[in-house]
Design a protein around this ligand. Structure first.
Ligand code: GDP
Ligand code: GDP
Length: 433
């Protein structure tokens, strides 16, 4: 089970500053890729040996005064429901406001771990001021300066202690998650797949989030499906439909082996979709793209190719992903989606023997060696697949630090051509030997 940390609090306390700090290194990598907008409010963070998803809740609230407090309260409730731990951020320079008190009240009633974080404690003089937040009755106060980063270590040390250690509870069965923006057709897809057998829907016990897990066992398939659309909550505030959907999505994403990302053919791939795609990619999940509502598109024999190309431009460089065009209403190609997911699942578990790897790659490397850097020749001696839950390859060489990204991509492409890792992010490591 993956872990989600939600940062809640009223505007201007410094939530996004902390968010940026926690996701910094990752963000730099992502922003290199094409098509990525900066309006992401969730991303992968790392502390010691733990990775987790951080969500900055504030980003989903419109700044219009009238709806804003209701929206924030509702977000706190959603965060309580969906997150593993909550960072409740307050501002030491302004002290406690009514909205802070409100949020604290909601959090006191929750069972999830809450970390009261006094932000903007930029110097020791302000440390004493932070004591006022004990009045929330939410326990320990973590003093922080998001700007400088001081105090983040102490906070994260304790946050990660709350994480669920029982990873991958249903290890034996593949877990697929159908995700996508509201209205793309997720529920319709699940209903169509289940047919009249909707009663096989089971809410598997032992999961902390009350997402619906469906054990799908028919037509030769046997897997768990995480349904993010099934439990639709009524929200009072429009923006929170999106927020809720994002929370559900990242929860499902963490649990699944393969992410079935559904798009609406009439809308194409949008920034929210690309963000989910990259989050799945960075979490090393398998991916299948589904372009649904294909019946609504005016098309000729070139339309699908053109559509694929547009998607690939946006998701590059990881474009080795199956794209299936479906119409749920006309029951077109919906079982192709399951076949693709199964294939991707198998690809993700694939193990290539060291001899096969070397027999294939060493001659290629011999013919096209890594370009010499600073007059030094780089020699790759052998390659082996690392024993891990997803495909990772170690390249042993004399000067690993001199191997550049284009060459790494070249090797990755060769691996993909030869061994078929469609839909699966693979990792290459270069090590000294
Ligand atoms: P959000 O609305 O809660 O996401 O708050 P932001 O992260 O946008 O921060 C609001 C303002 O507080 C910005 O001007 C930040 O630069 C500032 N800020 C954030 N963290 C700190 C901090 O640790 N110390 C000080 N002095 N300012 C901070
Ligand atoms: P969800 O929010 O992603 O679960 O989306 P729904 O399954 O509720 O679908 C949203 C709307 O799109 C409903 O009115 C569906 O009937 C419609 N819809 C779903 N799939 C298709 C499709 O393939 N073609 C067309 N034309 N409409 C679809």
């Amino acid at each position: 089970m993956g872990n989600i940390v939600a940062i809640v609090g009223r505007p201007n306390v410094g939530k996004s500053t902390l968010y940026n700090r926690l996701t910094e290194t990752r963000k730099a990598i992502v922003d290199d890729m094409s098509g990525v907008t900066r309006d992401r409010h969730y991303g992968l963070a790392e502390w010691t040996d733990k990775t987790f998803t951080v969500i900055d809740t504030g980003g989903y609230v419109a700044n219009s005064e009238d709806i804003f407090e209701i929206a924030i309260r509702e977000q706190v409730l959603i965060a309580i429901e969906e997150a593993t731990a909550i960072i409740f951020m307050v501002d030491v320079t302004t002290g406690i406001t009514d909205l802070d008190d409100d949020i604290a009240g909601i959090l006191r009633r929750s069972k999830k771990p809450v970390f009261v974080t006094a932000n903007k404690v930029d110097n020791n003089m302000l440390l004493a001021e932070a004591a006022q937040f004990y009045s929330f009755g939410l326990g320990e106060i973590y003093s922080l300066s998001s700007m400088t980063g001081s105090g983040t270590g102490e906070l994260l040390d304790d946050v990660i202690k709350t994480f669920d250690e029982t990873e991958e509870i249903q290890n034996e069965l593949p877990v697929y998650a159908i995700v996508g923006r509201p209205n793309v057709g997720k529920s319709s897809m699940i209903n169509a797949l289940l047919g009249k057998d909707r009663n096989i829907v089971t809410n598997v016990a032992g999961t902390t989030r009350d997402s619906i897990h469906i054990h799908y066992k028919q037509f030769g398939h046997d897997f768990m499906l995480v349904d993010t659309a099934g439990l639709r909550k009524k929200t009072k505030v429009r923006e929170n439909i999106e927020f809720y959907s994002v929370m559900r999505t990242i929860g499902a994403l963490e649990e699944a082996d393969v992410i079935i990302l559904m798009l609406d053919a009439t809308e194409g791939i949008e920034s929210q979709d690309i963000n989910i795609f990259h989050l799945a990619e960075k979490n090393r999940k398998g991916l299948v793209l589904v372009v649904n509502k294909w019946d609504l598109v005016e098309k000729d024999h070139k339309t699908a190719k053109a559509f694929e190309q547009k998607i690939n431009e946006k998701i590059a460089p990881f474009t080795d992903v199956p794209i299936i065009f479906t119409s749920v209403t006309e029951k077109q190609r919906i079982f192709k989606v399951l076949e693709a997911a199964q294939k991707v699942y198998d690809n993700r578990k694939k193990k290539i023997s060291t001899s096969k790897l070397n027999d294939f790659l060493l001659p290629i490397i011999e013919n096209t060696p890594p370009p010499a850097t600073k007059g030094k020749h780089i020699k790759i001696k052998y390659i082996t697949q690392i024993s891990a839950s997803t495909p990772m390859f170690a390249f042993f060489c004399n000067l690993p630090q001199y191997i550049k990204d284009p060459y790494k991509r070249f090797l990755e492409n060769k691996l993909r051509e030869q061994f078929d890792f469609t839909g699966v992010p693979i990792q290459l490591f270069f090590r000294q030997k």
